[in-house]
Design a protein around this ligand. Structure first.
Ligand code: SF4
Length: 184
């Protein structure tokens, strides 16, 4: 899988955790003043075997779990939902949720919005994510707190699922209206 770096960091408002920075960003155009431009381009120098990535993450998680009852496992980038990263995001989040259950909080940072995720049929890749930070980094809205720009949405899984249900109903309803009007 394509990974830029894995570190013990504070990428959650309340929890210490392990952060996995995937390599490659498919946002177009790129965000002005992006904090991680070194993660934009995918090439083979960032390729690691799954077993090696699992081992590195697990060692760091175990170290933290010795000191804290709960820790975060955050996925950032780059873009974890880019076409070449999404299967690995799904695999890693599923693997560690199964191994550590409620003791870890999986967090996805993505430039995509809930609407884009539904439209691109990406729900299957984020089944094991507990919390989300949606939206691009917008330098005009930067701040010191969390998330790093005010336009970004930090949501728990329950709230995200409520939004998805609304979006799906709206899409269904929209299609029915089009059929009634004889458009489709
Ligand atoms: S989506 Fe993330 S990695 Fe890509 S340009 Fe924006 S801030 Fe940078």
């Amino acid at each position: 899988m394509y990974v830029n770096r894995i570190g013990v960091l504070r990428d959650h408002p309340d929890l210490y955790g392990v952060s996995v920075y995937f390599q490659g960003c498919d946002a177009q155009p790129k965000c002005f003043m992006c904090h991680n431009p070194e993660t934009w381009v995918v090439d083979e120098s960032f390729w690691y075997e799954r077993e090696d990535v699992l081992k590195t993450i697990d060692e760091k998680l175990q170290l933290l779990l010795r000191s804290f009852p709960k820790v975060a496992l955050s996925f950032l980038g780059g873009e974890p939902l880019a076409p070449w990263n999404r299967e690995d995001l799904s695999f890693l989040s599923g693997f560690f949720k199964e191994r550590y259950g409620e003791r870890i909080v999986t967090v996805l940072f993505t430039w995509r919005t809930p609407k884009e995720i539904v439209k691109e049929n990406l729900l299957e890749y984020i089944q094991h994510i507990d919390e989300f930070v949606f939206g691009r980094y917008m330098h005009a809205y930067r701040r010191e707190g969390f998330p790093s720009s005010k336009n970004q949405l930090h949501l728990d899984r329950r709230t995200f699922e409520r939004i998805v249900r609304i979006l799906e109903r709206r899409e269904q309803h929209g299609s029915e209206v089009l059929v009634l009007k004889g458009v489709r």
